[in-house]
Ligand binder design. Structure first.
Ligand SMILES: NC(=O)c1ccc[n+]([C@@H]2O[C@H](COP(=O)([O-])OP(=O)(O)OC[C@H]3O[C@@H](n4cnc5c(N)ncnc54)[C@H](OP(=O)(O)O)[C@@H]3O)[C@@H](O)[C@H]2O)c1
Length: 493
């Protein structure tokens, strides 16, 4: 039973075992293991809890411990003393041979031992931090070894967490999903998009639900357009192979669509996962094939100028590092309001933000005068975490003179707010608690590919050709991205 105290208390998840496949990988080292340590440090991990790390690499216990302390230090976590000892006391390592039946038999026996040692009763979270091509083999192996509990059995459970990008095309994503479903029930599959785990993304919905003063005006009557920007100052960060195969559109589209949905979907009847997902589904359903085709037709893709000189990048690589596009939502709330979206690497300062730009006043004292857009509501999601609302006020002085002002509300003002769970910590807590609200349904995964496929098809018809633009490192992308919004008489903020 999940143990919750009061409305605002943190959920302390069920006692369980956490099994991490691909434990030597980039994602495990940068995100998952620091998050597991963070949960232990913040006392948010279950009371009875163990972590079994699995990979094909042979590691002795001292090598494992030195790896763990090194990666925690690189993640900026003060890993020492009792906290580190407690964490290491929960961690064990198992070398894998994913194609061998004996490996899965050995895994089953090891999990039984760990359950007994840590007081856990067959409640297990399996995190597949391995390449998607290996998902099917691993899920088949754990199912055949009897490690996937019957979803109807309330005395034990098994859950699988899988990572985006869910294949490299709609067909391959569906094949990966079909492979997973051979072993697991949909209710046991937790598809991660770590943006939904961000505090500041959840705040978008919290603010909309609790303050009708904003949400009541978020519709085509008051809003001129919406902008979403996800920029990174960094380049490939050692993930050249991954990036060369996929490109930025496949890597980022799930994040971009989640931000759009959380900003613009109708408010759910409750925050239960079924209500939340039903509203998201309705929102995505309001972007029909003709709107997706129109978004693809105007989409801009580009590469930063030094990309092809990066180590490991092919001389004529057509992998995009920047995308921008515009789409419309065909529902009563948003009909006619353009959503402009852009994302890029090496695009100057890192920033993720969502802005709702209100219409200009058409009547009264400003009639006939273009004063720009006086009201813009912005959620700064990362790394800045605040909300701003710009407006126009009277300038102090004898004349009636107007001046732009900005109201700012910092998201974390107090020390204890800084210690709130990180995105991966939040998602791990929710998965351990069996709450799928923040995870993606199969429909969302499919919709992402339906949105992406026309873009990719258009680009495939012209690989590396005139439609792949370039932009200087540190800039806001190519001139064509600016033209995309400027031809509508607007500008990126
Ligand atoms: N890295 C990120 O920032 C990031 C972000 C979002 C999503 N993802 C997704 O998360 C998953 C893991 O990403 P990653 O960057 O950590 O990947 P990775 O470093 O390429 O691989 C993770 C680990 O998987 C094992 N592995 C490699 N090939 C395998 C195979 N064919 N079969 C089984 N195991 C194999 C390797 O460990 P051993 O050889 O020791 O077994 C490797 O250390 C992928 O699905 C990726 O798309 C990653």
């Amino acid at each position: 039973m999940t143990d919750t105290i009061g409305f605002c208390q943190e959920t302390r998840p069920d006692n369980c075992g956490f099994v991490l496949f691909g434990a030597t990988g980039d994602l495990a080292g940068k995100k998952i293991l620091p998050a597991l340590f963070g949960l232990c440090q913040k006392k948010l991990a279950p009371h009875n809890f163990y972590i079994l790390l699995i990979a094909r690499t042979a590691l002795t216990r001292p090598e494992l411990e030195s790896r763990l302390t090194g990666l925690l230090a690189r993640a900026g976590l003060s890993a020492e003393g009792d906290c580190l000892a407690d964490f290491l006391g929960r961690v064990e390592y198992l070398r894998a041979d994913y194609t061998s039946v004996d490996f899965y038999r050995g895994l089953a026996a090891r999990l039984d031992e760990l359950d007994a040692k840590h007081g856990v009763s067959k409640k297990r979270l399996f995190y597949l931090a391995i390449p998607p091509a290996a998902f099917g083999t691993v899920t088949d192996g754990i199912r055949d070894a009897g490690l996937l509990a019957d979803p109807g059995d309330c005395t034990c459970w098994s859950r699988l967490i899988i990572e985006k990008p869910y294949g490299a095309s709609l067909e391959r994503a569906c094949a990966v999903d079909a492979g997973l479903k051979q072993g697991a029930d949909e209710s046991q599959i937790y598809r991660i998009d770590h943006f939904t785990g961000k505090e500041t993304v959840q705040n978008v919905l919290a603010l909309r639900s609790a303050n009708s003063v904003f949400d009541e005006t978020w519709n085509s009557r008051c809003i001129d357009h919406v902008q979403i920007t996800v920029f990174e100052a960094l380049g490939l960060e050692g993930r050249t192979g991954f990036f060369e195969n996929l490109g930025l559109a496949r890597d980022m589209m799930s994040h971009l669509l989640q931000l759009a949905a959380i900003t613009a979907m109708d408010l759910p009847a409750s925050f239960r996962d079924t209500d939340f997902k039903a509203e998201k589904l309705r929102f995505f359903g309001s972007i029909p094939a003709r709107e997706r085709a129109a978004a693809a037709a105007c989409a801009v893709r580009a590469q930063y100028e030094g990309y092809r000189r990066e180590p490991g990048v092919a001389a004529g690589s057509a992998a995009e590092t920047f995308i921008a596009f515009r789409f419309f939502v065909d529902n009563d709330r948003w009909r006619g309001v353009p959503f402009y979206v852009r994302a890029g690497k090496k695009t100057g300062a890192k920033r993720t933000k969502i802005s709702l730009v209100y219409k200009k006043p058409e009547h009264g004292v400003f009639h006939g005068t273009d004063i720009g857009y006086p009201n813009v509501f912005t959620f700064n999601i990362h790394p800045e975490e605040d909300m701003t609302f710009s407006l126009i006020a009277k300038h102090p002085g004898p004349k009636l003179c107007f001046v732009p002002r900005t109201m700012r509300l910092g998201y974390r003002e107090h020390a204890e707010e800084a210690a709130a769970p990180t995105d991966y910590e939040r998602l791990l807590i929710e998965a351990m608690a069996g709450d799928q609200t923040l995870f993606l349904s199969v429909f969302e995964m499919q919709f992402m590919w339906e949105f992406l496929s026309p873009l990719l098809a258009a680009w495939q018809a012209d690989p590396g050709g005139g439609s792949l633009y370039t932009y200087p490192e540190g800039s806001d992308g190519p001139a064509q991205a600016a033209a995309l919004i400027e031809k509508d008489g607007r500008a990126w903020l």
